[in-house]
Structures are given as C-alpha cells and as structure tokens.
Design a protein around this ligand. Structure first.
Ligand SMILES: CC(C)(COP(=O)(O)OP(=O)(O)OC[C@H]1O[C@@H](n2cnc3c(N)ncnc32)[C@H](O)[C@@H]1OP(=O)(O)O)[C@@H](O)C(=O)NCCC(=O)NCCS
Length: 175
C-alpha cells in the first residue's frame, strides 16, 4: 500500500462520506474487541445516530483523513462543572485497523493537546482498559498514570475489566 499524507481536520458538520467512514471505523474497532463503550458492534442506524450528534457544544471532534477517507478520530469533551472549566476529557481515540502503527494515534493525541491549549485548558484526562496497546501510546506521549480501578467496564465477552486513568498537565511542557 502507498502511504498517503494524513491531514487532521475538525469539521463543523460531518459530510455523508465522513459519517459513513466513522460508522465503519467504530464497528471495526468494536468488532476487534476494543473497549470504547460498546459490548457489541453498533448496527448502522445506532452508529449513525452516535456520530450524527457530533460535534456539539462542549464536544470537539477531530478526524485524521487520508485520500478523502477517515482513518482515525479523537474527541475533546469539556468538563461541565463550573469549577472544571479548565479541564477536558479525551475520548474515542480510534485508528483504522488498516492504518495502525504509522503514528496517526500519536498525531491525533498531540493535535488534541494543542486544541485544548488553544481553549485555555490546563488539564486533560482519559481512561483506557489495562493491558490495551493504547496504554503504551499514552505512556509514549508523556502522559502520567493516575491509577487503576477494578471492574470499571465490561469487555465484549462480558468480563469485568480494570481501567487505567491517565492525565496530562498542560501547564508543564513535555521533557
Ligand atoms: C490505540 C490506537 C489508537 C493506536 O493507534 P496507532 O495509530 O496505531 O498508534 P501510533 O502508530 O500513533 O503509535 C504510537 C506509539 O504508541 C505505541 N503503540 C501503539 N500501538 C501499539 C501496539 N499495538 N503495540 C505496542 N505499542 C503500541 C508505540 O510506542 C507506538 O510507537 P511505535 O509504533 O513507534 O513503536 C489504535 O490501536 C486503536 O484504534 N485501538 C482501538 C481503539 C482503542 O483502544 N482506543 C483507545 C481508547 S482509550
């Protein structure tokens, strides 16, 4: 396969092509067993309903696109409480199984860090299943491990799994 340049975009409204690609991406990652909120792959209407609600006030959506196709995505969710306006949660970092290990996940994470800084955010946080490769990505990106909670979420096979929480204090530059 020929590597094509990746652009990270933040659409105001999703095009029908972007929506279609995001539906397929979500279904693909859940099918392979990723822990991203679903017990089984959402069918087309459910997945379309999910993505159609994005972006929205307080939630920014970023897409990694290559040759007109969505190959990755990430979200930034502002904290809603009055005492947490400096804080946001990074959600649903997904990279297409056909485009892994090319730095797209790391690029999306770096991009969202910059976007959060532009929004005057000081603290980012996220959680991910213990044992998943995503932990290696967050470690590599210089995020700090906050700890784990057992039985946080069910896996697609129904097992209760431990989740690790990570944060990034944007007041401190990376070493
Ligand atoms: C986790 C995920 C987003 C990584 O995306 P990616 O584009 O393949 O990641 P990158 O290529 O940017 O990887 C950056 C670094 O993270 C680490 N890493 C990422 N995936 C890894 C893997 N499968 N095994 C080991 N290290 C891995 C490596 O250090 C890698 O650098 P290297 O390739 O130079 O060794 C992708 O595997 C995915 O979509 N998984 C399913 C959904 C999911 O679990 N999302 C996280 C929800 S919190």
């Amino acid at each position: 396969m020929v590597d094509r340049p990746i652009a990270i975009n933040e659409p105001d409204v999703l095009s029908s092509t972007q929506l279609r690609d995001l539906v397929a991406l979500l279904q693909a990652v859940v099918t392979e067993g990723a822990s991203v909120g679903y017990l089984r792959p959402p069918d087309d209407p459910a997945a379309t309903l999910y993505w159609s609600a994005l972006p929205r006030p307080g939630v920014r959506l970023f897409l990694a696109e290559s040759a007109g196709a969505v190959v990755g995505t990430i979200q930034l969710h502002n904290a809603e409480s009055a005492n947490g306006t400096h804080r946001a949660e990074v959600c649903k970092l997904l990279v297409s199984p056909t485009h892994r290990r090319r730095g797209i996940g790391l690029d999306l994470l770096r991009h969202v860090e910059c976007a959060a800084r532009d929004d005057d955010k000081l603290l980012l946080h996220l959680d991910t299943r213990v044992g998943d490769p995503s932990n290696l990505l967050y470690q590599r990106a210089g995020w700090t491990e906050a700890g784990t909670i057992p039985a946080w979420a069910r896996s697609t096979d129904g097992t209760l799994e431990m989740t690790r929480f990570w944060y990034r204090d944007l007041r401190h530059p990376l070493e």
